[in-house]
Design a protein around this ligand. Sequence first.
Ligand code: PHE
Length: 474
Amino acid sequence: MTELTQNPTAGSAATDAGSGAKAAHPMWSSRLAFILAASGSAVGLGNIWKFPYITGENGGGAFVLVYLVCIALIGIPIMMAEVAIGRRGGRSPINSMRQLAQRDGRSKRWAWIGGMGMLSSYLILSFYSVIGGWALAYVGKSAGGLFVGATTEQIGAQFGALLADPYSLLLWHSVFMALVILIVARGVTSGMEKAINILMPLLFVLLLVMVGYALSTDRFADGLSFLFTPDFSKLSTEGVLTALGHAFFTLSLGMGVMMAYGSYLPKQVSIAKTAVTVSVVDTLVALLAGLAIFPIVFSSGLEPGAGPGLIFNTLPIAFGQIPGGVLFGTLFFVLLVVAAVTSAISLLEPVVEWFEEQKGYDRLRCTLIGGISIWALGILTILSLNEWSGVHPLGFIARFEGKTIFDLFDYATANLMMPLGGFFTALFLGWFMSKQAAENELSFGNPLAFKLFMFVLRFITPAAVLLVFVYNLI
Ligand code: PHE
């Protein structure tokens, strides 16, 4: 395999005296492998758990519209910028940023963007893995028929009992994290790529099966109209910020994940086309997940605006009532686990890549250091759900009143760190990196398209992020 292929970017690194580029650097074995890996990162709990419930909370169609605009004007350009920076740097996000900044005569402090990204990875994966654990637990519950004929109260009590029990949460969090460590430790091509080649097709099949099932409920049309009929009176400014934050979260942007994956991207692959493909796949999956979930919810006479419990409370009630609920409920939670695992490995990768470069330890050791420290951090999220649910560290600030440590991690990453990281990534490629290098990396194959892209990345994208960001702060 190409595991030991020389990193083609090392060629351009030759001009970068003293870069100390590693001789051997793994590479995705094809364009498709990268598309699947990046889509695997993008498609996750964000698409199947978060998108449907925030859409429900924000009233449906109008929110979806704003979200789509955020993906097109902010998400896609930033994804291209991240992948381009990653491929040109050929290293972990921190070292790629540092090296490119130096090469183009800029401040070394640009590496901080990579550093903030790594911190985001730590925080996000620490709670992401706990929620991945819920999904694992729910595969068992569903297959065991625990939802069949259960009342709303009983289902609510089951979810409540899981969240209230730190030991079960710890068990499932540990199983989930172990799975992620196992895959990442085996390396980029022999571990991650191999797993992704199985998991992503499985994910698409399961999703289509679920949509097919939703089609059979005869409330499909209501699902469609809920998602696609905009009612702007239901959309608050808070909703607009949520849409922006979610565009970052769902495309795995603003934290270096796409840079890390880009550092393994073969030189000849067009970044522009691939980034658009990945974003389209991610968006389609979110919409299809909505089309799978809302009809099932409506067909049981339930409400779509149930918040984070939509998947774990509302949906099981529905599965407990409709024919085929045990089978399809189980498949649904397997789908959720698969989506979560392929995202979680992408969150661990930048951390591992950085440890490899920095410390020179072998892959297993780096994965264990990163994985276990993130696992330990996850305990804070677990406790936030029960023993420490009354602990609100920033409660003295009105905005953070009532927010647990878990809530703060979620808020800080999705609403602050990711948009900020994306903002500076756009600025770096748009204004500070060599224009020639940007054009070479992105390989639009059409000067006009590149000009248009640069215009959007230099002005529209940063302005849009800033606008929403500042609006939120005041
Ligand atoms: N994009 C993933 C999702 O939608 C979450 C994620 C965020 C993964 C950031 C990697 C980096 O669930």
